[in-house]
Ligand binder design. Structure first.
Ligand SMILES: Cc1ncc(COP(=O)(O)O)c(C=O)c1O
Length: 382
């Protein structure tokens, strides 16, 4: 059976050219980038040219890009090091962040290092800006705001410039989890009022286990992982040269076709919403995901009209039919308590109905959306 892959917010298929570039790097640049001989120098050159390319695209300095193992490590590095190295005592965040942010924050709070302040979240998935300003003005000093750019479950897009300017006004550091936006939006991190941002290559058709962290140069953040002097002492451990080259290639390919891909995905998302509304009247859309001005073109999160018994077997049924998409979020599969994001955004009555996260890549087609909607329609009416 041919799979229909509609779970691109969980991970994306790796581009064939990325695999080729990684393969070639493994064969030809196997040296340790810290070695001073020719094999080491050729590996080091690959790492540094990837850093230069990424920095160029994001409008940052090369030294502000630190290679990591992905989004979770990036978020942990910022949050834990801001507390342990920069004296941060108060962190303002939201209950709909990814667990890569929420769990380190809960840990830091439980250990008595910080006071955690949760900003109110509106039903569209955006923070209440007046509540954020109130929190920022009430806390006198040593504060950091951590709010994600694009929510990985409902796709709401935060105005990071507006939040960053507010942080500047109240002298707070600003970290944004940009895992769902880098590679999909033309981000110019260096030109934004933002101190720390995080990317994961597997969200933009690159390999798993690699990503990068943007650390604005004046912040003085130190390392989470201690050991060798790699990454200018900001992240110890031998650099995975093939992964870094694969990530660079994936980003290059994304930037090459970003404008056309965005148009294609906007049309595909609109088509998906219309098809669901027509085939399954009563379908609702979580957060602001039916509004392309406030949400990413890559995610639809639909609440489907279906009784409880069918809802329970929905994920299983779709899987049997070869459809790959998520119940709320991939991170929630197997969780009895459901999505922590939808638990915040929806009333208990709304949340009884099953929600499906459908997330696209430019490789998806209208025919795949039609097949998904046909399967859902037949299931609801069976
Ligand atoms: C918004 C967000 N942050 C962080 C992560 C974690 O990234 P990684 O899987 O690279 O550790 C994810 C992955 O699902 C994500 O969607």
């Amino acid at each position: 059976m041919e799979l229909i892959y509609l779970d691109n917010a969980a991970t994306t298929p790796i581009f064939p050219d990325v695999i080729d570039a990684m393969h070639q790097t493994m064969k030809e640049h196997f040296g340790n980038p810290s070695s001073v001989h020719a094999a080491g120098r050729s590996a080091k050159a690959k790492v540094e040219s990837a850093r230069k390319y990424i920095a160029g695209q994001l409008g940052t300095l090369p030294k502000e890009i630190i290679f990591t193992s992905g989004g979770t490590e990036g978020d942990n590095t910022v949050l834990q090091c801001a507390v342990h190295h920069l004296g941060i005592k108060h962190i303002i965040s939201s209950p709909i962040e990814h667990h890569a942010v929420l769990h380190p924050l809960e840990h830091l709070e439980a250990q008595g290092f910080i006071t955690l302040h949760m900003v109110k979240v509106l039903s569209n998935g955006l923070p209440d800006m007046s509540d954020l300003e109130r929190l920022l003005s009430d806390i006198p000093a040593n504060k950091l705001v951590s709010l994600m750019h694009i929510n990985n479950e409902v796709g709401t897009v935060l105005d990071i410039e507006e939040v960053g300017n507010l942080c500047r006004k109240y002298e707070a550091l600003f970290h944004s989890d940009t895992v769902q936006s880098i590679g999909h939006f033309p981000m110019r991190l260096g030109e934004l009022p933002i101190d720390f941002a995080v990317a994961a290559a597997h969200k933009f058709h690159g390999p798993k286990g690699v990503g990068f962290l943007y650390v604005r140069k004046q912040t003085g953040l130190g390392a989470l992982l201690l050991g060798g002097a790699q990454e200018r002492g900001m992240r110890a451990g031998t650099e995975p040269v093939h992964n870094i080259v694969g990530m660079e290639m994936a980003l290059r390919l994304c930037y090459e076709t970003m404008e056309a891909d965005t148009d294609k995905l906007k049309a595909l998302k609109t088509y998906c919403i219309e098809k669901l509304q027509n085939a399954l009247p009563g379908t609702a859309f979580n957060g602001a995901c039916s509004d392309l001005n406030s949400s990413t073109h890559t995610i639809v999160n639909a609440r489907l009209p279906m009784n409880e018994k069918k809802a329970q077997l929905l994920a299983f049924h779709l899987d049997l039919q070869g459809i790959c998409c998520s119940k709320g979020s991939a991170c929630q599969s197997g969780s009895e308590s459901g999505s922590h994001v939808l638990n915040v955004l929806l009333t208990p009555e709304e949340n009884i109905r099953p929600s499906l996260r459908i997330s696209f890549s430019p490789e998806n087609t209208k025919a795949e959306i039609e097949k998904l909607v046909d399967i859902l329609e037949a299931y609801v009416n069976s």
